[in-house]
Design a protein around this ligand. Sequence first.
Ligand SMILES: [Zn+2]
Length: 340
Amino acid sequence: MENKIKDLMQRIEAMKASNEQEIEELRVRLLGKKGEVTALFEEFRTVPPEMKKLFGQKLNGLKTAAQAKIEELKNSVGKQVSSSSKTDLTMPGVPYLTGSRHPISITRNEIISIFSKSGYSVVEGPEIEDDWHVFGALNFPPEHPARDMQDTFFVTSGDNPVLLRTHTSSVQVRAMEKLPLPIRIICPGRVFRNEAISARAHCIFHQVEGLYIDEGVSFADMKQAILLFAQEMFGKDAKIRMRPSYFPFTEPSAEVDVSCNICKGKGCNICKGTGWLEIMGCGMVDPNVLEASGIDSRKYSGFAFGMGVERIAMLKWQVKDLREYFENDLRFLSEFETAI
Ligand SMILES: [Zn+2]
């Protein structure tokens, strides 16, 4: 036994390790449940009583030496790591997360850029509005259902209540009141409607509305402006069609569909087999609306159009659930990093 202790002591002193894994292996080999030092302690039980004192001291010394050696190796390996991290210039760098624009911003900026090329300027207005600018000046009769609490968020009640705008047409009213003619503007902004949140509807969404007022503006001018937009947004081959519709502030009014850019008009899931996708509403500004803002409707005419930015973005990227745009899940947002 004396020889075994001496031999192991010598080997412990000579032990070397170059990383933490090797040190751990050494520790298990010496001090683990089946380690060499542990085995000697087992053997110690069979030592005659008169020798126990002598071997006991030697064994304890051996165990202390083994523990000290492992500590020493740990310290030296740790130093190597810290000293090398200071000097190793070949280590790969840590990439910075740069972030990206929100898909709604990307789409809104694209819409703005398309209309800017045709000479439209951007006008913005307040999100908290009065009844006159959201409804009254836009030819909404007093009993119109849009004025109901179920559709609109009211801040105050009364004859001219304060409310959250339900469309950006209110900005057009303010522009008609203030700007000199002719007017050629687009109004991007957030709007609010008292709706249950689902995959297809939200109580907050974004619109871009456009307005062009001048002498002799016709329905054909509107059709051409919208066709140009559709071709810039959805591709050169895009076609549009107009279906008769009704809005209080335009007469005549139309819904605009663009040919489905996914199936090229053959019919698919996105266009529900029709080959057409609804993208906006439009119409010739109702003479009542022009007069309400002090514009002579016998001399001037104009057209207006409005689209939901979320709708355009959903069609562009085939996003099926509107709520994705508001939840700010980085996994969703980072998909648009390259779309800026
Ligand atoms: Zn389709």
